[in-house]
Design a protein around this ligand. Sequence first.
Ligand SMILES: Nc1nc2c(c(=O)[nH]1)N[C@H]1C(S)=C(S)[C@@H](COP(=O)(O)OP(=O)(O)OC[C@H]3O[C@@H](n4cnc5c(=O)[nH]c(N)nc54)[C@H](O)[C@@H]3O)O[C@H]1N2
Ligand SMILES: Nc1nc2c(c(=O)[nH]1)N[C@H]1C(S)=C(S)[C@@H](COP(=O)(O)OP(=O)(O)OC[C@H]3O[C@@H](n4cnc5c(=O)[nH]c(N)nc54)[C@H](O)[C@@H]3O)O[C@H]1N2
Ligand code: SF4
Ligand SMILES: [Mo]
Length: 743
Amino acid sequence: MERVAHRTCPLCEATCGLTLTLQDRELVKVRGDDEDVFSKGYLCPKAIALIDLERDPDIVRTPLIREGEGFREASWDEAFELITEKLGGILSEHGRDAVAVYLGNPNAHNLAGSLYAKPLLKSLGTRNIYSATTVDQMPKQLAGGLMFGTGLSVPIPDVDNTSYLLILGANPFVSNGSLLTAPDLPGRLRALRRRGGKLVVADPRRTRTAEEADEHLSIVPGTDAHFLFAIVQTLFADGLVSLGRLEQHTAGVEEVRALAQPFTPEAAEPVCGIPAETIRRIARELAAAKTAAVYARIGTCTQEFGTLASWLVDVINVLTGNLDRPGGALFTKPAAGSPTTAGAPGKGRGVRTGRHRSRVRGAPEVLGELPVACLAEEILTPGEGRVRALITLAGNPVVSTPDATTLARAFDALDFMVSIDIYINDTTRHADVILPGEPALSRSHYDVAFYALSCRNIARYSPAINPVPDGQIPEWQVLLRMTGIAAGAADATVEQLDEMVAREVLARGLRNPSSPANGVEEDEAWKAVGDRTGPERLLDILLRSGPYGDAFGREPDGLSLELLEQHPHGIDLGPLQPRIPEILRTPSGMIELAPEPIVADCARLSESLGRRRNGALVLIGRRQLRSNNSWMHNLPLLAGGSNKCTLHIHPDDASRFGIAEGGAVTVTSSAGSVRIEAEVTDEVMPGVVSIPHGWGAADDGVRAAVAGGQARTNSNVLAPSDMIDPLSGNAVLNGIPVTITPA
Ligand SMILES: Nc1nc2c(c(=O)[nH]1)N[C@H]1C(S)=C(S)[C@@H](COP(=O)(O)OP(=O)(O)OC[C@H]3O[C@@H](n4cnc5c(=O)[nH]c(N)nc54)[C@H](O)[C@@H]3O)O[C@H]1N2
Ligand SMILES: Nc1nc2c(c(=O)[nH]1)N[C@H]1C(S)=C(S)[C@@H](COP(=O)(O)OP(=O)(O)OC[C@H]3O[C@@H](n4cnc5c(=O)[nH]c(N)nc54)[C@H](O)[C@@H]3O)O[C@H]1N2
Ligand code: SF4
Ligand SMILES: [Mo]
């Protein structure tokens, strides 16, 4: 029987609404949902590949247990028994910190990870928590946290209304946006230009986004902080600083003025490669524009000065009076689960780092995590406190994080490893047990993470459209079973554990002074939630106790899951509104423009002002339209064509190093060496080479027939684990010194 269902795409941060056609349970057609309140029909090629994802024969659908070099299928009971025995043994013999966890990117894209990973971490009680965040956006979260007070205090550029947008280190025409949830971002950026606005892109590559912009600035990798500081210096020197309404809410302006002094455009030019007069002009344009926003993403985070660059982005937004005003950069007010709507408005505990440190190199904890660049050494270095067991949850660190070769070796040295994952890939092939989640269409969906970062306030829920296949267990239940095991309560039922989690989330919601449900009786609220269970119950609680919530009946017109169920195309809660001072959670109740840890790191940046490029090469990455980090190369609808794992190299460098188009090249860094095919192109600037990340390269024991048939190189073999941004612990994945020779 043919049927049609509406559903939010779970594959990237854009959260497009999809209209799916199914033949019985089989997905046969994917279109953009024209009636979706947010995406209005937009979709990208990845969404079509949901068809392949549902039917990929290589996907794991039953628990697997290691047997020799391979795996055998096992029952759930057998798998959980083995985990109880092994993990329980390690926990009781060696303590909580002996078990490490790595959380991957898809956790932010599904309700199981978004709602049930936290209880698992809590019951494990380990300090060895690692995630894709420290190869991604940790610098932005830390900078926002220090300035505004929570780990999710991230200003979002008002793309739909701004008249000037400066983008650094992001390529939304390919990535579809990050820390900026805005379906059809390409269309929104074109609309910006159509209404007379200006788009400027700073990137070492002439990306598709740069090609669509009014101006492309070729910037030397890793030097965004120099460039941005020179803009700040110009704003002060030219008397262009004007905070407007934020004046009374901002501390540290004079400190920033002093810090900016050495970073004149003339001093920045030889480091960042952008002419001094261009830097001055951009500063003046930003100040003169009716409204303007600076937006930066992965290229500016995964680098040496990631936190400083991320901080300077919002320093400029503040100094030009564009923070927290329409057309500038504003804070989302999410409907569910945000720390920016928790606690008393206007003041809070703020964000501190270094509450504990990594055992081997002493790297500080940031937002509860240690840098994933430390994981291999924590496993391989003998001694008290060594990591002996690992749980990976929807992550592929052997492909996504630094020094892949050493990390793979470390995983082989573990006493026990569990991977909750749907593929046997470069990471999970090292596991002792693999536990799969259920297919995407068998789960319900709500973007808890991304509606906290969207360019409008949005709420949209998609129910599961297929039953969970026989023999599979929903991922949220897998996580609860693991939670029980970690808590030493392996016999607790999923129902008991789920009720415990839900009671706690409810109690927290009712205690929250910012919640309209603050003070509602717990019994009354529990009754209002009725007999929902699992993610639906948690989501209902979060929505009803959230800022638009119905407060469990007290505000009858407010949000609830039931209301979202009646709106399959989503509910638009309106454009972003100013939230300062209400959103601030710093101890001072002010925007901290010059937070102490950041001020302390500025010396490192000043010292680097003397650096000159001396003909050496640096490596950067790039994303490809028809792929998604490491895990969609096995889908035939996305394979082939332009989706090639090649080394981009400028013609001048190709001739300098004797490299021919299509020729094989050996690329070497301090961490390792790879062989890859060259693609000579002036899209990259001279002195810079680029390899896309996400291509797993292991041959043995991986189950991915389509991906395995493509030429591929794991670029993170080249990323040294000792290169991190010291403040955030984020790995340096862009701007890695390399040498190349024809192979
Ligand atoms: N050199 C370089 N490295 C990078 C980057 C870069 O730009 N350059 N980018 C970084 C960024 S931004 C990110 S986010 C990270 C990503 O790093 P990771 O999150 O470690 O990697 P992914 O490729 O997203 O891996 C996702 C894993 O989840 C599994 N999976 C997919 N869906 C599900 C599901 O529903 N349930 C479960 N349990 N598992 C699932 C996949 O099989 C895969 O193993 O990579 C980072 N690495
Ligand atoms: N098709 C597709 N879409 C994706 C993903 C995917 O793998 N494929 N991954 C998703 C994920 S997890 C994320 S986090 C987002 C990321 O989304 P974006 O941040 O838009 O990611 P990229 O496309 O990698 O763009 C980063 C840009 O930074 C540039 N760059 C590198 N080094 C520097 C530098 O030092 N300075 C500056 N200014 N630029 C630099 C690179 O050339 C590149 O163009 O994309 C998401 N969307
Ligand atoms: S842009 Fe992202 S959310 Fe939209 S269809 Fe493509 S993968 Fe899905
Ligand atoms: Mo990411």
